[in-house]
Design a binder for this molecule. Structure first.
Ligand code: ZN
Length: 181
């Protein structure tokens, strides 16, 4: 495979990684995230969900609000790409959103509920797509042309990264708890 083919077919315009999925895998992984998050949150007290691991580093509650907000942004971008012709996609600054929308004060359960319903609807949209819909394009103001497929695959890895981050934070909270016991 030539470098050009590799780049255009596989390299992610947003992060330059090679996200290797097929549509059915991406749909399955996307559909599973709410359940995996709910499991990670079991038996973690609300106050602990708000605990930042270090000053300025996101707590579990902040990550959950970020995931819910990303589901709005990606859900909106998906609708633009799938319904319109080469729409312009505007970027957003996740750190400014977290600070100005006061993610630190949010209710983790509400964020999980919001994320869960938005994700269910976004997955339902994916399930009714024709194969050619996965190649529809938008034009991202920062990253240039991006297909629906590239955006979804990037987003699948985005989920996996934050699931691992929450699992690590949960582990740290439990270690501290057992040291005090
Ligand atoms: Zn990516």
């Amino acid at each position: 495979m030539s470098a050009k083919t590799l780049n255009s077919a596989q390299s992610c315009p947003m992060c330059k990684k090679h996200h290797r999925f097929r549509p059915f895998e991406a749909i399955k992984l996307q559909a599973n995230t709410p359940r995996r998050l709910a499991r990670l949150l079991q038996r973690v007290a609300p106050a602990r969900l708000k605990k930042q691991p270090q000053p300025g580093k996101w707590s579990i509650a902040e990550i959950l609000h970020h995931l819910a907000d990303c589901e709005i942004v990606y859900g909106f971008r998906s609708r633009l790409i799938l319904a319109e012709e080469k729409p312009r996609l505007t970027p957003f600054d996740q750190d400014i959103w977290a600070a100005n929308l006061k993610y630190a004060q949010t209710d983790a359960r509400l964020s999980l509920d919001t994320f869960t319903s938005l994700r269910r609807q976004n997955v339902a949209i994916m399930r009714r797509l024709a194969p050619a819909d996965w190649d529809r394009r938008g034009d991202h103001a920062e990253y240039g042309p991006i297909t629906y497929r590239q955006m979804v695959y990037h987003f699948v890895d985005h989920d996996q990264g934050h699931l691992a981050q929450i699992a690590r934070l949960r582990g740290q909270l439990q270690e501290k708890k057992s040291m005090r016991a």
